[in-house]
Ligand binder design. Structure first.
Ligand SMILES: *Cc1c(COP(=O)(O)O)cnc(C)c1O
Length: 340
């Protein structure tokens, strides 16, 4: 079957694979890792994930590299972020060793679905933690399921690394200042669907959020973090409602390595017009460079890329991170796990 997959034309979507791995939390402890070939979960209708949003997820990719090996990027950081999310919405923490063991196992079990290096495609891992115990009152569940499934996904940039247009949406917030924006929970995505739809209908690649309280500062860029480049600086918003992106953290380190300064601070909307380059960052694209951000309310249009092309520093950061993920450049920060 894998012979017939058109790797280079895969969408970012779901395709069935052979196995997923699961682990149940019951009586205060995690059980054994189970391997399943079913795509279906059989859960209680009063499960807390269905009613009270006890649901958290992660996103990660495994790469088939030019040396033939499989590499995973900063997997322990995903485990730690899930643990932060667990503390945020009262779920038991998945230990890093369990997270890692399950990730490695599900990749090996589905090795035939890892796209070849040349295709630019990769194997996406979706770790998911849900409250499965029944509750009718608003309480955390007593039982949970942690699972990881994988699905091959196509290259993000089908026509090569390119810029996109964004639109500031003020009518909807994805998260409150002291809400769940900093946790990777499904509810934030539910809250973003309408703004995302409005942005797409208006012909933009994605919606752009200002801080929910004052509507003055840059918050998130759709489901990705924002960064801007100017005067030899990599500048990214500091906010309590932003999801701490591992890609952003990696880019900050690489920016320092390139001799840039890194600033993590509030960014007023008007500062957008001063950036030489800007991008959205996350696992899906690494960097999605920004051409223009429109504010429909104030009728302002912040044109960041004058020639419509990705800037030189964004391109350098993107190439550097991809090369580390693919084992092409040395992994000096110890980010990569090699599975052979
Ligand atoms: C997952 C996610 C990101 C990106 O995080 P990475 O660890 O870089 O993949 C950014 N913003 C939101 C809202 C997210 O859910």
């Amino acid at each position: 079957m894998s012979q017939s997959i058109d790797w280079a034309n895969l969408p970012f979507g779901y395709m069935p694979t052979d196995y997923n791995v699961r682990c149940t939390y019951r009586n205060g402890k995690w059980g054994e890792i189970e391997v399943s070939s079913s795509e279906i979960l059989n859960i209680h209708m009063a499960a807390t994930c269905l009613h009270y949003g006890q649901e958290a997820f992660e996103g990660q990719k495994a790469f088939r590299c030019p040396d033939g090996k499989i590499r995973l990027f900063r997997i322990d950081d995903n485990a730690e972020r899930l643990q932060q999310t667990c503390r945020g919405i009262m779920m038991p923490e998945v230990p890093t060793e369990l997270f890692r063991a399950m990730a490695e196992k599900v990749i090996r079990l589905n090795e035939r679905f890892i796209p070849p290096y040349e295709s630019g495609a990769s194997l996406y891992l979706r770790p998911l933690l849900i409250g499965t115990g029944a509750q009718v009152g608003v309480h955390p569940a007593e039982e949970y399921m942690f699972l990881i499934f994988v699905t091959p996904v196509g290259p993000y940039f089908k026509g090569g690394f390119a810029t996109n247009d964004y639109v500031i949406i003020r009518e909807y917030d994805r998260a409150a200042p002291l809400g769940t924006g900093r946790y990777k929970v499904g509810g934030n995505y539910a809250a973003s669907l309408r703004a995302n739809h409005i942005a797409h209908e208006a012909g933009y690649s994605c919606e752009f959020y200002l801080d929910a309280k004052e509507k003055k500062y840059i918050d998130e860029c759709g489901a990705a973090n924002f960064f801007g480049i100017k005067d030899g600086k990599y500048i990214t918003p500091k906010s309590t409602s932003i999801l701490p992106s591992i890609t952003n953290r990696s880019l900050q380190q690489l920016a320092l390595d390139l001799g840039l300064e890194v600033e993590c601070r509030q960014i007023p909307e008007e500062e957008l017009e001063t950036f030489e380059e800007a991008g959205a960052c996350g696992t899906a694209a690494v960097i999605s460079p920004i051409r223009r951000i429109d504010d429909l309310e104030s009728k302002k249009s912040y044109v960041i890329s004058k020639d419509g092309k990705p800037g030189p520093i964004s391109t350098k950061l993107y190439t550097k991170l991809r090369n580390i993920q693919y084992g092409i450049e040395p992994d000096v920060h110890n980010w990569v796990t090699v599975l052979d």
